[in-house]
Design a protein around this ligand. Structure first.
Ligand SMILES: CC(C)(COP(=O)(O)OP(=O)(O)OC[C@H]1O[C@@H](n2cnc3c(N)ncnc32)[C@H](O)[C@@H]1OP(=O)(O)O)[C@@H](O)C(=O)NCCC(=O)NCCS
Length: 244
């Protein structure tokens, strides 16, 4: 018999994504997400090296980002690509985009309330054991070893990887830093993760511990990392970016 989940349309899966995302982000952030929808033939302003798939995910990201901005009351025509590949957000706005082969999501907020935000969406099981030594520290690998159930094992590395990607986007670094420069800690019963800086000198934010939230869709993991140092009383500590 076919699993009922297989019958969900792309649009229904997209609606699930937006709902899970809304539940993860603190009040004051606007989100939009759904299936990869954008036309893949539109090449305006894009590098000629972009494949059809890359164009589709790029335009989908822009589509949902503009929708999220609109939810915040900000109307813009487009979002250029920045020097570090991050989108150039309108003045006074922080935001982030993530896409997989089938889904795409964006979150935005006013800089008056949030210093930065990073979001990441990953298909479950994408992080296979051959990648572990590149992505995870010895301490993280030891924590994986203590997991008993196979499905947990499949899901946890994807979550740890996604949390690192969300943190990377949160930092929006000018220069790449490595997966082994940070460690992720979490308890799978609680939808919060901690990011610990292992090599603080490589990471362009000050602080030792950062927090994020995670959630699951049927076959995806979603992570969000943000700070709310401007507005008191939110759920994150308030790290700040190193000033150059
Ligand atoms: C940039 C990167 C984080 C993207 O993550 P991904 O899972 O491959 O892809 P996603 O779809 O989730 O995210 C892509 C989006 O991230 C955003 N992005 C790209 N570079 C970024 C940066 N430096 N800062 C913030 N956001 C960035 C863009 O919006 C991009 O989509 P777009 O090109 O269509 O606009 C990843 O490819 C990468 O290069 N990582 C560097 C190494 C790293 O993560 N180290 C971990 C340190 S803990």
């Amino acid at each position: 018999m076919q699993d009922k989940s297989d019958e969900l349309t792309a649009r229904e899966r997209g609606a699930d994504l937006a709902e899970v995302c809304r539940a993860l982000v603190p009040a004051g952030m606007a989100v939009a997400g759904g299936p990869i929808v954008a036309p893949s033939d539109d090449q305006r302003g894009l590098p000629p090296t972009f494949s059809r798939k890359r164009r589709a995910e790029y335009w989908s990201g822009r589509y949902y980002a503009l929708q999220a901005l609109c939810n915040l009351g900000v109307i813009v025509n487009g979002l250029p690509i920045g020097g570090n590949r991050a989108p150039v957000w309108p003045d006074g706005i922080v935001g982030s985009i993530s896409h997989t082969d089938s889904l795409c999501v964006s979150v935005v907020a006013s800089k008056d309330k949030f210093h930065a935000v990073g979001i990441d969406l990953e298909e479950n099981g994408r992080v296979t054991p051959d990648l572990f030594s590149m992505l995870f520290t010895q301490r993280e690998l030891a924590a994986f070893d203590r997991l008993a159930l196979k499905e947990l094992f499949d899901f946890v590395p994807t979550l740890a990887f996604s949390a690192k990607e969300a943190f990377y986007k949160y930092c929006s670094p000018e220069e790449y830093f490595d997966f082994l420069d940070v460690e992720i800690e979490f308890d799978t019963r609680i939808p919060i993760f901690r990011v610990r800086l292992v090599n603080p000198k490589n990471v362009p934010v000050t602080g030792e511990i950062f927090y994020g939230r995670w959630g699951r869709l049927r076959d995806h993991v979603l992570t969000v990392c943000c700070s709310d140092e401007v507005s008191a009383g939110g759920f994150h500590q308030g790290p700040s970016h190193k000033r150059s």
